[in-house]
Write a protein that binds this ligand. Structure first.
Ligand code: NAD
Ligand code: ZN
Length: 243
């Protein structure tokens, strides 16, 4: 049981594992391949420069694959705890699938962006909602750039390997951590502990003396950093842990 007292502030980090039971595949579980692709081919600026059609085919399949996918008991358990804690709760997710928002979570930072948004790869127009699964062989172009007489590809509004996390994410996390002070508690769920800066959040919490919990199917790279580790499926463990 994760015990919280009336002043506790809970920082939660989720990764692909929390969505596994909703039917969204994780990639490290598949041996570093993401649906048969080397992740660097489809999730890096270099990969996009080399083959934008392949990258758009990949994300178009991911978009189409979200049809009928719904949040699970793990997502819902986090909504419940947020209702109890209010502003003493912050959810940081590496996931791009939007399932936390679909479940009803409100205080969310999607540090790696969102699958259902696109942005221009050149101009600074704001990212926009885009659920389109583009036809094979079609790379979408930016209408704003086109009207200005230049050709620019649209890209998914996703943070790829080698790119910095979403601009306001770190200041928002730092502000929460500062406000929490000694009352900071940390819970990580379904993440392999390999992708920074997310993997370093547990150390931020430990440096303040706060207790940390981990829920994961198997021990991840940074398991030793946590005070309590519950191995199992998020959808089974979280409703009990957060009851
Ligand atoms: N759903 C998504 O949005 C999604 C899916 C695949 C990859 N990604 C991208 O992958 C990158 C990060 O990698 P990551 O660490 O989040 O994922 P990962 O695939 O590297 O690791 C997933 C972890 O979850 C664990 N796991 C698997 N099923 C679980 C379950 N039912 N309950 C609890 N734990 C379970 C695994 O043991 C593993 O340690 C992110 O950048 C993210 O954008 C996102
Ligand atoms: Zn543009």
């Amino acid at each position: 049981m994760l015990t919280l007292d009336p002043s506790s502030h809970l920082l939660v980090l989720t990764g692909a594992g929390i969505s596994a039971e909703s039917g969204v595949p994780t990639f490290r579980d598949a041996g570093g391949l993401w649906e048969g692709h080397d992740v660097h081919e489809v999730a890096s600026p270099e990969g996009f420069a080399r083959d934008p059609l392949l990258v758009w085919k990949f994300y178009s399949e991911r978009r189409a694959g979200m049809t009928g996918v719904a949040p699970n008991a793990g997502h819902r358990a986090l909504v419940e705890v947020e209702r109890r804690l209010g502003d003493r709760f912050l959810l940081v997710t590496q996931n791009i699938d939007g399932l936390h928002a679909a479940a009803g979570s409100e205080r969310i930072i999607e540090i790696h962006g969102n699958l259902m948004r696109s942005r221009c790869s050149v101009c600074d127009r704001a990212p926009f909602a885009d659920t389109t699964a583009y036809r094979a062989g079609v790379a979408p172009m930016c209408g704003v750039c086109q009207r200005a007489g230049t050709d620019a590809l649209l890209r998914p509004d996703i943070v790829w390997f080698g790119e910095p996390v979403v601009a306001d994410a770190l200041p928002r996390i730092e502000a929460f951590v500062a406000r929490a002070g000694k009352d900071l508690r940390f819970l990580a769920i379904g993440t392999s502990g390999l992708v920074y800066p997310a993997a370093g959040l547990v150390d931020v919490c430990r440096a303040r003396g706060g207790k940390s919990w981990l829920v994961n199917l198997e021990p991840p790279a940074n398991a030793h950093a946590f005070d309590e580790v519950a191995l199992g499926k998020a959808g089974d463990v979280l409703p009990r842990l957060l009851a």
